[in-house]
Every structure is written in C-alpha cells, then in structure tokens.
Design a protein. Structure first.
Length: 168
C-alpha cells in the first residue's frame, strides 16, 4: 500500500481505492504541482504547457504533445480534428487551462477527446487559480471494466461526474 492510498483509506473508510491509472495520474498531477509551485498563476496556457513538458522530461513521464485527434461522423473521417495538449503513458489525455475556473465546456472538451481516442481517463488541469485545480474525467463505458468511481460519501457517481481536486 502506498502512502497516497493510505491517506485515501484514512480519509474515506470503507471506500474502495481502486483508482484508474492511479500511479500514472499521481505522477502527472505531481509534475503539474511542481510547475504551479514554481510559476504560480497568471501566465498564458502555452507557458504552462512548455514548463509541464520540461517537468515530464525531468520526471521521465512518457508523453506526446499537441496530438491531433481524428473526428468521425457516422464512420467517416472529418477533415477537422481535436488537438490534445498531452497524451501521457499512451493512455491518459491531459488538457491544460489557465482560467479563473473550469466550465462545463472544458469538461465536455476532455470527454470528447476521450471519445475520439477511445481512452478511459482524462485529466483537466487548471493553472489559472491561486491553487492548482484538476479534475479526473472517466469515460462512461470504462467504468464497468476498471472499477467503480465513487464520491466521497460512497455513492456511485453519475455518468459525467468527475473527481474535483484542489492542491494546496
């Protein structure tokens, strides 16, 4: 049992701690925390993206930057595409923001990225607030095969619900 899972067990007794890609997510968020700790808030998103790429290299986190994601309509490839900020470990979509707070459009963007790539997990990270904020977004059809995502009170989360986290 890692220190991180021990803390989760102490904070939420009886709640399962089977978190999708837990170690990988922890590493990515840790890298983002390092960037936010060094730069603070107030820069453009591109600055955080460049700094996070350097932190991924320092922490040996495998990534691809600004990945073009194809979009299909009724089985036909469209000429337009999404561009994800990062794909880490070939399985986690990482989308960065530098805004005052997340909006439903930001979450919808990541959920669309997950659908386009058939990926299970996306991390939406906001550098725009005084404390780093991030949401874990899990694609709907992955829930049954990778464990249940539960809220802090132990109830099942709704389809598009997320884990909101604030880093101090």
């Amino acid at each position: 049992m890692t220190f991180f899972s021990l803390i989760l067990d102490m904070r939420r007794p009886g709640i399962e701690t089977n978190i999708l890609y837990k170690d990988e997510s922890y590493a990515i968020v840790g890298a983002a925390m390092s960037v936010h700790s060094e730069l603070g808030n107030g820069f453009y998103e591109a600055v955080y993206q460049e700094a996070l790429e350097k932190e991924f290299i320092l922490k040996a986190i495998p990534y691809k930057r600004e990945v073009a994601l194809p979009i299909y309509y009724k089985g036909t490839l469209l000429s337009n595409y999404y561009v994800a900020d990062f794909i880490c470990y070939d399985k986690i979509i990482v989308e960065l923001k530098a805004v005052s707070s997340f909006s439903s459009e930001h979450k919808a963007q990541v959920l669309n990225y997950l659908k386009a790539t058939n990926s299970a997990l996306g991390l939406l990270i906001n550098f725009g607030e005084s404390r780093l904020k991030y949401d874990r977004l899990i694609r709907d059809n992955e829930r049954s095969t990778n464990g249940t995502n539960r809220s802090t009170n132990g109830t099942k989360r709704s389809t598009n619900d997320t884990n909101r986290n604030e880093c101090f």
